[in-house]
Design a protein around this ligand. Structure first.
Ligand code: KIV
Ligand code: ZN
Length: 498
């Protein structure tokens, strides 16, 4: 029992996620990926539900995947005939067995249900198909009746019996006991199908394995009816790494599979979702980033590459120098000690304002800071702008020029123009420097994005330099870029003279 079969129902229960509906082409794309991933069974649809479902199953059968292709049917001859017409590899048939569902959903007596179980399983087997049987709502079914139903299914020839926790009400210890108790009366392999209404689907599935189940029903990203099913990626990783079980799944493809399913179903993945969420391998605090940079196992239970991911070190107010340095180095940016200190300070300042600093923000800040030389002829002390409807945009700046402070005010077509002119008014005494190019990039998209300004400036002798600024405030970023550019030209000229 070292090998646990993975029965994927993304294309059936997963498609029952509210708002999700897949075309036959989309089902095909996902099925091919699931096959590549290495699941044992792909439950690809409910053929009696629509012509589209039937077509999707027939198309899938025509491409010869390695996985077993399974169709779901009610325990009804007409449903089973639809599955037979698709020539699938296996048929999964189900019927409700809890008192509440037999009475209110089926309007059948327990004896009638037993009869339907026997007839449908026998019918499937008589047609030569692998048969998986599910007593729906098994976990709310009277134990004695559930054991009888399972025995009847086994006697009728079922190859596997699946125990669904249809409304997700089990806890791990009760799930384990339930499977142990069914195992006392049947010999066929048992499977579990757990819903996530209390967030316990994965835990309950694993407990089912502890109880003796050899197959688990899962869906990619935990999609499915209501709160969904056990997530494939979490279940498989826990089986491999915590339970030391084997599956046929190539875990390196988990992330790309999750992304594909999210794209095609339109269901976004919560950032803190295990294994495939954006934050699952991201470290922010200085203690953690320093730890993982030195030795990944300090704060990383799973090597990200095993699931097709990369470690991410997040720059934020809790970020440390080590994490930021490691992230910059990975991007080929090598600040010196002084520059690194400045980058870390700016990142923390943004973090203190409640902003998440993305990679793009961090790189923009680093590019701007690296462009600032430690030696400065002019430096910004203060900047104030006023602008608005019916007001001429005006800026006043206070600069220090080699230790002496100067103030100037200017108007312009907008606050950026006014501020740059005010800077030029002061520095014109040192050199006549014109702005030749100006480009603005808002990196993270929101109105509080870090803005990166890239400029080219030229003096009257034809010296051209480019410079950058990166701040949340566009006017500040522009003034920073302008001052960097002017400093570069002034320093260049000074070096030429000396
Ligand atoms: O949740 C459930 O009971 C089901 C059955 C069809 C197996 O999805
Ligand atoms: Zn289900």
């Amino acid at each position: 029992m070292d090998y646990i079969r993975i029965f994927d129902t993304t294309l059936r229960d997963g498609e029952q996620t509210p708002g999700v509906s897949l075309t036959p082409e989309e089902k095909m794309e996902i099925a091919i990926q699931l096959d590549k991933l290495g699941v044992d069974v792909i439950e690809a649809g409910f053929p009696s539900a629509s012509k589209g479902e039937e077509k999707a199953l027939k198309d899938l059968m025509s491409i010869g995947l390695k996985a077993e292709i399974c169709a779901l049917t009610r325990a009804l001859k007409s449903d089973i005939d639809s599955a037979i017409s698709c020539d699938v590899n296996s048929i999964h048939t189900f019927i409700s067995t809890s008192d509440v569902q037999m009475k209110y959903a089926l309007n059948m007596t327990p004896e009638q249900v037993l009869e339907a179980v026997r007839n449908s399983v026998e019918y499937i087997k008589d047609h030569g198909f692998i048969c998986e049987f599910s007593p729906m709502d098994a976990t709310r079914t009277r134990m004695e009746f559930l054991r009888r139903v399972c025995k009847v299914a086994e006697e009728a020839g079922a190859d596997r019996i699946n125990i669904p926790d249809t409304v997700g009400i089990m806890c791990p210890s009760s799930m384990r006991k339930l499977i142990e108790s069914i195992k006392e009366v049947v010999d066929v392999p048992l499977s579990v199908h757990c819903h996530n209404d209390f967030g316990l689907a994965v835990a309950n599935s694993l407990a089912g394995v502890e109880g003796g189940a050899s197959q688990i029903h899962v869906t990619v990203n935990g999609l499915g009816e209501r709160a969904g099913n056990a997530a494939l990626e979490e279940t498989v990783m826990a089986l491999h790494m915590i339970y030391q079980k084997k599956t046929g799944v190539n875990t390196r493809l988990l992330y790309e599979t999750s992304k594909m399913v999210s794209r095609l179903t339109g269901v976004i993945i919560q950032p803190n979702k295990a294994i495939v969420g954006e934050n699952a391998f991201a470290h922010e605090s200085g203690i953690h980033t320093r730890g993982v940079v030195v030795k990944p196992s300090t704060f990383e239970p799973i090597d990200p590459e095993i699931v097709g991911r990369k470690r991410k070190l997040i720059a934020g107010k809790l970020a440390g120098r080590h994490g930021i340095m490691a992230e910059l180095r990975e991007a080929g940016i090598k600040p010196n000690e002084y520059q690194l200190r400045e980058i870390v300070n700016r990142v923390k300042e943004l973090g203190d304002k409640g902003k998440t600093v993305t990679d793009a923000d961090l790189f923009a800040i680093a590019r701007a800071v690296i462009g600032i030389s430690e030696e400065k002829i002019i430096d910004l002390r203060d900047l104030a702008v006023i602008t608005g409807r019916g007001i001429i945009p005006t800026a006043s700046v206070r600069l220090s020029v080699e230790g002496e402070e100067y103030v100037a005010a200017e108007t312009g077509v907008g606050p950026v123009d006014a501020a740059i002119k005010a800077v030029q008014k002061i520095t014109s005494k040192l050199a006549d420097i014109k702005l030749r190019e100006y480009r603005l990039e808002a990196l993270t998209g929101g109105s509080d994005a870090v803005a990166e300004v890239i400029i080219k400036v030229e003096d009257k002798d034809g010296n051209i330099v480019s410079a950058r600024g990166a701040r949340e405030d566009i006017v500040m970023a522009s003034v920073e870029a302008m001052i960097n550019g002017i400093n570069k030209i002034l320093l260049k000229k000074r070096r030429l003279i000396s």
